[in-house]
Structures are given as structure tokens and as C-alpha cells.
Design a protein around this ligand. Structure first.
Ligand code: FAD
Length: 290
């Protein structure tokens, strides 16, 4: 049964920060509630001690998408449907748009928010690989401080982040990707819809005269947390694109994943799937560029 919890509905960010600075009670932010409410019903350790929920749905400072000075800024409590329908996101961040389109059902996407997706740092959070390849940074505020760090830095370990008890994520900032970049996102779940990811991959790349000038590769679910592969990216950069090279690059992602997870009972079937997914993505992307 769901415990009885007080819900506060502050009107602006200052009110949220001042409530969060009160250390006498166990406070939790609630945005869309798709994780919090399910967690409370299931008596999850992550939520069960909450005494007060702070509803941030009506806080203008954490809503909306804007483009300014070469950056796109997404409010932490922007829903997936809002991102999917937004013109800036559609034009500049197609991989994020593709990632959010795969999340849950329409009802979930109408409620669930972008920061809510990565604040718990579940390995299967679908926006994380897309945000990582876009070099997303996040703004975090408390009553006395404001900081901006990369998403990769924020994500410390499975279900562990840098967020302190009195802090809120306010915005996600993404440098506008150059027009010469192409990318793709792929999600594999047990079924087509309303499925938790087993493997996600996001790739963004730029070719110059058939050489890989820059490539960014990130995974989720197959690795303990969403992560970039800096060694793999370095290996690929400067190389000439041909089928042999794409096959060797795809094969190497398996080694990179084993470095992070160790050999698991599932490696035998999961790794060939990741390698094949990655190869197909690279193939599609490089054909699109030529
Ligand atoms: C049926 C179902 C299907 C789902 N399918 C998918 C799926 O396919 N892919 C996927 O990735 N996820 C899926 N989810 C998980 C969920 O919808 C997402 O993780 C969602 O993005 C959480 O956002 P929310 O706004 O609902 O977060 P909430 O439940 O409101 O909050 C989640 C956590 O984030 C914290 N929080 C929220 N906003 C902030 C903030 N601004 N600053 C600091 N802390 C904050 C809360 O305190 C809480 O700890 C599914 C969930 C359900 C119930």
C-alpha cells in the first residue's frame, strides 16, 4: 500500500530550493512521478522513507526548450512528449528525439520527464546514451550554490549520482551539433513497445573525405551505467571507412563492454547482438553520408 505522504507545490525555483534546504524531513522531488509513484507502491528502498514530495511540475525555470548562443537548453521537468513535439529538438537533436520516442507508452511519455530519467541512474534509462553523445551538461542548484557538470561526471555508478540531498537538476544544456554530423539510436527490448531496454546504443559521427573525423559512441543497459567509449572513439578517429574497418570497429565494442562488465552468463548472446547492432548502425550512417 502507498504510504501517506505530504505533497508540496512550490510556485517558483526559489521556493523549491528553500524547501530542499530544510534537513529535518526526508524530502523527494516529484516530476512526472512515473518512477516515484511506482517505487512507492512497490515499497522500493529508494523512495519508501520519503516524508514530503516536492512537486516541480509548475516551476517555469525547469520547463521548456530554448536555443541561445550555440546551445540548446532543456528544462529538467520537460516531458518526453514535449521534447518529441518540439521544433528545436526535432531539427537539432534527432537522436534524442528518437530515443524519447521509444520510451514506455504515450501515457508515460506525457508525464515522464528528462531529468527524472537520469537522476536515478538506472542502466536502462533511454535518454542517457543520446545525451552522452551530445556532450550534455547539467545545471544543478541548491539554495547556496549553482554548478554545471557533464552528464558523464554526474552519473557515478548504478543508481548513484553526484546529486546532494538539497540539490535539484534545473536544466540540461547541449551544444548545437554541427550540421555535418549524422547519428543514430537503437534500442533492443524484449518486445517492441513498453519494454525495458536490454541494449541501447547511440552514435554520432562526422566524416571528412571518407575518413572518420570525429565519432562519439555511447551505450546503455548493456553496461552498468550509460557510458561513452573513449578508447573506441580514439581507435576509430582518422580511419578510412570501408566494410572491413566497420566490422573491426563493431567487433571491438564487445571488448570494451567486457572491460566494464566482466564476462557474464549473458555475454555469450548479448555481445554478438551489440556488435551486430553497432555494425548495422555504422553501415546505415556511413551510407547516408556518402
Ligand atoms: C510503464 C512504464 C514504462 C517505462 N518505460 C521506460 C522506457 O521505455 N525507457 C526508460 O528510459 N524509462 C522508462 N520508464 C521509467 C520512467 O518513465 C522514466 O525514468 C522517467 O523519465 C522518470 O521521469 P519522471 O518525471 O516520471 O520522474 P519521477 O518519477 O518524478 O522522479 C524520478 C526520480 O528523479 C528525481 N527527480 C525528478 N526530477 C528531478 C530534478 N529535476 N532534479 C532532481 N531530482 C529529480 C525524483 O526525486 C526521483 O528520484 C517507464 C516507467 C513506467 C512506469
Amino acid at each position: 500500500m502507498m504510504p501517506l505522504i505530504e505533497i508540496l507545490t512550490p510556485k517558483n525555483l526559489n521556493e523549491v530550493l528553500s524547501i530542499l534546504s530544510n534537513h529535518d524531513k526526508v524530502l523527494k522531488i516529484i516530476a512526472g512521478g512515473t518512477d516515484v509513484v511506482t517505487g512507492l507502491k512497490q515499497e522500493s528502498n529508494r523512495f519508501i522513507d520519503a516524508e514530503i514530495l516536492i512537486d516541480i511540475n509548475h516551476i517555469a525555470e525547469v520547463k521548456g526548450i530554448e536555443q541561445r548562443n550555440g546551445k540548446i537548453s532543456i528544462g529538467a521537468a520537460t516531458t518526453f512528449t514535449e521534447i518529441y513535439k518540439n521544433q528545436i529538438a526535432s531539427k537539432e537533436l534527432p537522436i534524442l528525439k528518437k530515443a524519447v520516442s521509444t520510451i514506455g507508452s504515450l501515457q508515460i511519455r506525457n508525464r515522464a520527464t528528462i531529468a527524472g530519467n537520469f537522476v536515478n541512474n538506472a542502466p536502462c534509462a533511454d535518454t542517457v546514451p543520446a545525451l552522452l553523445i551530445y556532450n550534455a551538461t547539467i545545471e544543478i542548484e541548491s539554495i547556496n550554490s549553482k554548478r554545471e557538470i557533464s552528464l558523464q561526471e554526474f552519473l557515478q555508478g548504478p543508481y548513484k549520482t553526484q546529486l546532494k540531498k538539497d540539490e535539484i537538476v534545473t536544466r540540461i544544456n547541449i551544444p548545437v551539433p554541427p550540421k555535418t554530423f549524422v547519428g543514430d539510436f537503437y534500442k533492443l527490448g524484449r518486445r517492441q513497445a513498453v519494454a525495458i531496454s536490454r541494449i541501447t546504443l547511440a552514435v554520432l559521427m562526422e566524416l571528412k573525405e571518407n575518413n572518420i573525423n570525429e565519432i562519439r559512441i555511447a551505450s546503455g543497459a548493456a553496461t552498468p551505467i550509460g557510458t561513452r567509449f573513449p578508447d573506441l572513439e580514439k581507435f576509430a578517429e582518422g580511419k578510412v571507412v570501408n566494410d572491413n574497418f566497420l566490422r573491426s570497429l563493431a567487433s571491438k565494442i564487445g571488448d570494451e563492454i567486457i572491460k566494464l562488465t566482466g564476462l557474464r552468463w549473458s555475454s555469450e548472446y548479448k555481445l554478438p547482438v551489440v556488435q551486430q547492432m553497432f555494425y548495422q548502425m555504422l553501415n546505415r550512417m556511413t551510407k547516408r553520408i556518402k
